[in-house]
Design a protein around this ligand. Structure first.
Ligand code: HEM
Length: 465
């Protein structure tokens, strides 16, 4: 039997719980007695135990909220109480002792780091002014895909390099990951990493952050450190942050901005290949609005409502961070008669909320139309809508780059669909296209998407940046 990622995740947790059961009992002796939320047997968690359950990850108490009400409780009503992040065994090595933004403890350093990034990298004006970078990287994506057209293509590699290109150029001023021959052609220094080396590093990063294997993590961290040292040598200005702080921040932005983007696009294309009538609707809109003699520009995006609906539906059904990023209770809090003691890790199950049949009609179906029209627009304006659909988290620790992320994902998807006729590889049918997910911190496809892409536009449009 195939398990959903959520079930597989819980299963893994429960194995740890059993192994550490005795230790937990011993450690809990002598503490204040709390009336804790019910503890589950394996699953299905939220359906059997309600929207709030407690688990133990080893000796660490964890509560999981799986309803819009619980999302509101953790992320709005008690946002300040849950604004911290837990510390994991591997975190010390992967985050320069928590001196990034994502895992930094709530406090003065996090505030300063987040303020610097928000003001200097993610402000609307700055994001707007770097449109040419996104445009050039999309062109480079189309050029590379055209080179691979006609045969079976694994989209992940191409999408990952395009997302990385955008983030690197926005944050660091140039690309540090390139094929050696491309760098030599540009007359520059050898790349800090080749695409293959970088892919391996990122995949290892996510695998290890999910699995907590300290020795392998230290090794991976040293490799990432060498990459970042090379980047930093070229950026001597350190402002008020230490060299390690800057490395931690750079790593956050590269990792946070790369995988979330390519994964979202890969899921969107997968759903469209599985539902060809939706793909036709999307390409018809692109032909009508953009026409076949040019690529899609950012200024076209407001006129592509169906593409917008596809992105929203993808974020609902396949949120790139299915449990958001864990929060940590800074103080004792109570909900529905249950106590959540300070020090408890809180997860908000955005994946389950996005598929909650009480909130969404035909929640398991991919239906971009649910976001279309004035009725849907009015519903999205309702104050509590943000707790139904929260792919970027909410409030204090919400993704600071969501405008950039959305723009990049929408532009890339639109150009991919406009530039190429996409179809499943020979022998693969819509019915047997695997749509299983793998739970890490993010939610990649279990099986990489393979497709055949055929260029549709005049050849000169694929000339690249
Ligand atoms: C589709 C694209 C993206 C998605 C779905 C996404 C999702 C998320 C989520 C769910 C969180 C945690 C929010 C919470 O705890 O409530 C987060 C945090 C964060 N994201 Fe994103 N993200 C995306 C793009 C980006 C990009 C492009 C960057 C940077 C270049 C970025 C940088 C960050 C950072 C630094 C944080 C940590 C915020 C903090 O802890 O204060 N993300 N993101």
């Amino acid at each position: 039997m195939e398990l959903s990622p959520w079930a597989a995740f819980v299963a893994a947790v429960l194995v740890v719980i059993t192994a550490l059961f005795l230790k937990t009992i011993i450690q809990s002796r002598g503490r204040r007695t709390y009336n804790l939320p019910p503890r589950p047997r394996p699953w299905p968690l939220s359906r059997r135990y309600g929207p709030l359950v407690q688990l133990w990850f080893g000796s660490m108490p964890v509560v999981i909220g799986s309803s819009a009400e619980m999302a509101k409780f953790f992320l709005k009503t008690h946002d300040a109480a849950f604004a911290d992040r837990p510390r994991f065994a591997v975190g010390k090595h992967t985050t320069y002792d928590y001196s990034d933004i994502l895992w930094a403890p709530y406090g003065a350093y996090w505030r300063q780091a987040r303020r610097i990034c928000t003001a200097e990298l993610f402000s609307a004006k700055w994001v707007e002014s770097l449109e040419y970078i996104r445009d050039e990287e999309v062109r480079a994506l189309l050029r590379d895909l055209r080179g691979a057209s006609g045969s079976v293509v694994r989209l992940k590699g191409h999408l990952q390099m395009a997302a990385l290109g955008v983030i690197s150029r926005m944050v660091l001023g140039k690309k540090y990951v390139e094929a050696e021959d491309a760098a030599a052609e540009g007359g520059g220094m050898p790349p800090a990493a080749t695409p293959a080396e970088f892919r391996e590093l990122i995949d290892e990063f996510f695998a290890l952050n999910s699995a907590s294997i300290v020795r392998r993590t230290k090794k991976m961290s040293r490799q990432f450190g060498r990459f970042l040292e090379r980047v930093l040598d070229e950026h001597n200005e350190r402002r008020r942050l230490s060299r390690d702080n800057v490395k931690a921040l750079t790593q956050d932005l590269i990792i946070g901005g790369t995988d979330t983007s390519w994964m979202t696009i890969e899921w969107a294309v997968s759903e469209l290949l599985k539902n060809p009538e939706l793909l036709t609707k999307a390409t018809t809109e692109l032909d009508r609005v953009v026409g076949r003699d040019r690529l899609v520009r950012e200024s076209d995006l407001p006129h592509l409502p169906y593409i917008d609906c596809i992105i929203k539906e993808t974020l609902r059904a396949h949120p790139a961070a299915p449990m958001l990023v864990p929060r940590l209770a800074r103080e004792d809090v109570s909900v529905g008669g249950y106590d959540i003691p300070a020090g408890t890790t809180a997860l908000v199950n955005a994946w389950a909320i996005g598929r909650d049949p009480a909130l969404w009609d035909a929640a398991e179906e991919f239906r971009p139309e649910r976001f279309a029209g004035s009725k849907a627009a009015a519903a999205a304006e309702e104050p509590d809508f943000k707790f139904k659909m929260l792919p970027f988290g909410l409030d204090r620790r919400m993704c600071p780059a969501y405008t950039l992320g959305l723009r990049e994902v929408t532009l890339s998807l639109a150009n991919l669909l406009h530039g190429f006729a996409c179809r499943l590889s020979d022998g693969m049918t819509e019915e047997n296209l695997c749509m299983e997910e793998t739970y890490q911190l993010t939610l990649p496809r279990k099986v990489l998407l393979e497709a055949i892409v055929e260029p549709k536009l005049p050849a000169m449009l694929y000339a690249g940046a």
